[in-house]
Unconditional design. Structure first.
Length: 412
């Protein structure tokens, strides 16, 4: 029996995905569990797997197309005893998701193809209906707007002349090849499409900065003791932990005593105080920001914490994180010290109550025992939702964090 493959719900608030790459082709045989397509969500890339064994038929969409959750993307046809052949059938029967799908060469569009066009009368092959119906995928329309291309000038390569994003890019490429006056060329800039992750990150941070009453507290953390601990751990463990890892560990342990900063605002009159610290660590990738979560971080021994920290960072850089890896965070750490940034203020990752921003390690002079002595510090800027906590709450947290950094035995 033929099985219709649809874009699944990969997150509670996910409404659409971007098609990154087909991992199969028409006619390929797949086993149950084989990856068939890579899609991009607002958080990461995800490989969709075949739910049954069979033959792939009627792929829908190209690289860059945005597809709503629940939309069909291909069929998996049951295999026969000998060399399998693609079954044929009418496209109308696809409405109940149980028919034999048609082969791609039939002129009648499939259900999957119809989903990207309007539902008016069927077009005739000899008529260019795009003037009235606008047969183009949503990704193609966005690309046309970005490139300054009239969608009516684009020849579609899809069924019945449907325009895909690649068609728009090809048309824009030909236009770019035409001679341009020098003055016009100087005025033009390069248009770069935002990744889905960048778009969602922008929308959420804009909403947070607009709707959440942020206030900021800054303090320098003395980290000489942590650097000594780092050296000692390097001799006992298989790897040398980074200062960022040690600071995240100290932050997680400190948060256990400050539930308001580890809480979540519900409506306008309730604050949920979380018992466990699920620490989010912001990681910059080439396509946008990812925030993997270390669960129960405030209760872990350092060895387990360090292993989890390194594994998540490595997977974030490789774009291998799952939706589960990035859900449920109660507090976020953003560290730009490795880029030489002295200090900065971060936007709260709602619905969390606070976020901390860490700068670079610096050596500053300190007057002690009647002489100037070097002291290693890292700036920490705490952003707090004023509805969940006040200045005194944030100040007490930073005081406790500074003590744990100065005397690492308090982390035990």
């Amino acid at each position: 029996m033929a099985t219709l493959v649809e874009v699944p719900h990969l997150g509670m608030d996910l409404v659409e995905v971007t098609l990154v790459e087909w991992l199969v082709a028409e006619g390929d045989h797949v086993a149950k569990g084989d990856p068939i397509v890579t899609v991009e969500t607002d958080k990461t890339n995800h490989d969709l797997e075949a739910e049954v064994a069979g033959v792939i038929l009627q792929l829908r969409g190209k690289q860059g197309d945005v597809i709503p959750v629940g939309d069909p993307i291909d069929w998996i046809v049951g295999e026969v005893e000998q060399a399998p052949t693609l079954p044929t059938g009418g496209a109308d029967a696809a409405a109940d998701k149980s028919p034999t799908p048609v082969v791609p060469t039939v002129a009648e569009p499939t259900v999957a193809e119809k989903s990207i066009v309007d539902s008016d009368a069927e077009p005739t092959p000899t008529t260019d209906t795009r003037d009235e119906r606008g047969l183009a995928s949503p990704a193609a329309r966005r690309e046309a707007a970005a490139q300054g291309v009239d969608i009516q000038d684009v020849s579609g390569s899809g069924p019945d002349g449907v325009v895909y994003r690649a068609d728009v890019q090809a048309t824009a490429g030909r236009a770019d090849a035409a001679p341009t006056p020098a003055s016009e060329a100087l005025a033009q800039g390069e248009l770069v499409a935002l990744s889905r992750i960048q778009q969602i990150t922008g929308e959420r941070t804009q909403a947070s900065f607009r709707d959440v009453p942020h206030f900021y507290l800054e303090r320098e953390l003395e980290v000489d003791a942590l650097l000594d601990l780092r050296q000692e751990l390097a001799e006992r463990l298989d790897h040398k932990p980074s200062l960022g890892c040690l600071l995240c560990f100290a932050i997680a342990r400190t948060l256990t005593g400050h539930p308001r900063l580890n809480g979540r605002l519900i409506g306008t009159d309730q604050l949920e105080l979380r018992r466990h610290v699920h620490l989010g660590v912001a990681v910059a990738g080439k396509d946008g920001l990812a925030v993997p979560v270390i669960r129960n971080a405030g209760e872990m021994p350092f060895k387990a914490f360090g292993e989890r920290y390194r594994a998540l960072i490595r997977r974030a850089v490789r774009r291998e994180l799952t939706a589960e890896d990035m859900s449920g965070g109660t507090f976020t750490v953003s560290n730009l010290g490795m880029f030489g940034i002295d200090r900065f203020s971060a936007i709260i990752n709602t619905p969390q109550s606070a976020i901390i921003a860490l700068g670079r390690r610096r050596t500053v002079p300190e007057w002690a025992d009647r002489e100037w002595q070097p002291k290693t510090v890292v700036s920490a800027t705490l952003s707090v939702d004023h509805r969940a906590a006040d200045g005194a709450d944030g100040a007490r947290f930073l005081v406790d964090l500074a003590e744990r950094c100065r005397h690492w035995s308090l982390l035990l």
